[in-house]
Design a protein around this ligand. Structure first.
Ligand SMILES: *Cc1c(COP(=O)(O)O)cnc(C)c1O
Length: 396
């Protein structure tokens, strides 16, 4: 199939990077489940491939597909999101410094502070929504800025274009983890980022059945470095995983439309609920960066953070009571999930930093799936009233 830049997202999601198999006409990219490729004569390969760590046709199709969706020239896939993150860090050297968003994925935080710190790469945490703080943190040792937007779990929005200007004028590489927004809602490269990172485990995979990561860039030099590290370290995805992700990207736009629709309705419901103290959703006018979110994203995604009118016990009961919202870490699947960051995903974040970020004991994070939204709302309503029954909140 020949897709070009004038085709819309849904068309590119289904066709980009893929063509019928030349040897059989199979419409779907085959699972080239092979480690090696026969050579005609020593050093004379038959097609483009010699060994699957270096490249494999199924992985190539996925990498081309994801690159297209992010508006990138180059794409590389990895065995997990954190593996992809580590590859970016391996471009740096001892003595270099990184500015890291203060509200990033817990595993990212751990990788920077507990693995790469040992190799002499220093990390400074910065509130990326405060541009003065970003500017003031820059010095000539800073070689990389790494941010997420929206963040996890407090859904802060960073102005990617503004940070990219700071990065460019100081010769710093800007990497954006676009896992929450997906390429359907945000293309950081067009806003000036140098590298986009994805945990494909989440919305891109969308079915909670695989772990994977990806890096996308338009910069040839950065791509060559990343590709060399991919080959040298070998944290590549399995071929079956690549096939599963190619299946997933074909429905990314349809799933994201429904995630956004459902989340908007759930956010509005929670916002009006007596048992809920506060709702954070970029689509709500009460969100501190609602205007920026509107400018940067055509939709607001499927993640909602809420503060229950209660404490740790009420939150625990709420998470034990929901039936459709499964209590589990992770996000971005077709099924709805509910989790408690202070106990679960962000337990490794020191208590004082959790407090600074607002990750309180009554904060509950929802990954709104694509089930029928009336059922999701009924499930939450029941769980909240059960949690608050007998507590002070329900009496007030
Ligand atoms: C899950 C996640 C990661 C890590 O990805 P894995 O595939 O679990 O290794 C990185 N960033 C964000 C925003 C995530 O949600």
């Amino acid at each position: 199939m020949h897709v070009n830049d004038s085709h819309q997202f849904g068309t590119r999601a289904i066709h980009a990077g893929q063509q019928p198999d030349p040897s059989t006409g199979a419409i779907m990219t085959p699972i080239y489940q092979t480690s090696t490729f026969v050579q005609r004569s020593p050093g004379e390969i038959i097609g483009e491939y010699d060994y699957s760590r270096a490249a494999n046709p199924t992985r190539d199709a996925l990498e081309a597909n994801l690159a297209n969706l992010e508006g990138a020239k180059h794409g590389l896939c990895f065995s997990s999101g954190v593996a992809a993150t580590g590859v970016v860090l391996h471009m740096l050297s001892a003595g270099d410094k990184v500015l890291l968003g203060d509200d990033v994925y817990g595993g990212t935080n751990r990788l920077f502070h507990r693995v790469f710190a040992q190799l002499g790469i220093e990390t400074v945490m910065v509130d990326m929504t405060n541009l003065d703080e970003v500017k003031n943190a820059v010095d000539d040792r800073v070689k990389l800025i790494w941010l997420e937007t929206p963040t996890n779990p407090t859904l802060k929005i960073t102005d990617i274009e503004a940070v990219s200007k700071i990065a460019k004028s100081n010769n710093i590489i800007l990497a954006v983890d676009n896992t929450f927004a997906t390429p359907y809602l945000q293309n950081p490269l067009t806003l000036g980022a140098d590298i986009v990172c994805h945990s494909t485990t989440k919305y891109i995979g969308g079915h909670s059945d695989s772990i994977g990561g990806a890096l996308l860039t338009n910069n040839d030099e950065i791509h060559q470095k990343l590709k060399f590290i991919q080959l040298s370290e070998g944290a590549v995805p399995g071929i079956m995983e690549c096939f599963l992700l190619l299946r997933s990207t074909k429905t990314l736009h349809v799933r994201m439309q429904r995630h956004c629709e459902n989340a908007a309705k759930v956010a509005a419901f929670l916002d009006n609920h007596d048992g809920v103290e506060r709702v954070i959703y970029p689509g709500l006018e009460s969100h501190p960066q609602h205007e920026l979110a509107k400018k940067q994203m055509p939709g607001f995604g499927g993640m909602i953070t809420m503060y229950l009118r209660g404490g740790i016990e009420e939150s625990r009961t709420m998470l034990e009571t929901t039936k459709l919202f499964a209590c589990a870490e992770s996000l971005g699947g077709v099924e709805s999930l509910i989790e408690h960051p202070a106990i679960m995903t962000h337990a490794s974040v020191p208590a004082d930093q959790r407090e600074k970020l607002g990750i309180d004991d009554n904060l509950v994070r929802l990954s709104v799936g694509i089930e029928d939204v009336t059922d999701l709302i009924a499930d939450l309503d029941h769980a909240i009233s059960t949690a608050l029954k007998g507590s002070k909140a329900s009496a007030s």
